[in-house]
Ligand binder design. Sequence first.
Ligand SMILES: [Zn+2]
Length: 167
Amino acid sequence: MPMAKNEMKSFWVSLLVRATLPLGTRWVRKQEAAILRDGRPLSEWETMWAHDVGVRRPEDVRILPVPRIPTPGIGFFRMLNNLFGFLSEGPTGMAVNYGIYLEASQATNPSLLVHELTHVAQFERLGGVEEFLREYLTQCVHDGYWDSDLEQEARDAAAPFSRPPGG
Ligand SMILES: [Zn+2]
């Protein structure tokens, strides 16, 4: 019996994810190490927000503002990144396990930080870098970046923080 259309899609998605995972995991760990080395810890307020979105170890989180969020420079992963906008939320922020990059111009934007803290909680909940990436890439390839459950959760958590000041 020929494979149904959905099975066919799942087959290609899992193949793509398995091919991407080792390089992706290595890249994410390298970025995390740089942020843990040079970043700052969370403030008291930020620690409360981290607790609110489910981060279990806010004291381990570090934030590093950078002029530009780095993107994977490795061929296959970069191609995926270009196709689907994986990992980096446009140019403004990125969570890599306990490390958070914020674009310098956005470094005091609470809704962006809460969005990224939600991803940190997801890394913890799913069991680490490789487990998060497997789930995240699968969802992004299968459902699209915007419609993935992990992105929706982060957007919902950040929504109350995106009201204009005084609003
Ligand atoms: Zn996100």
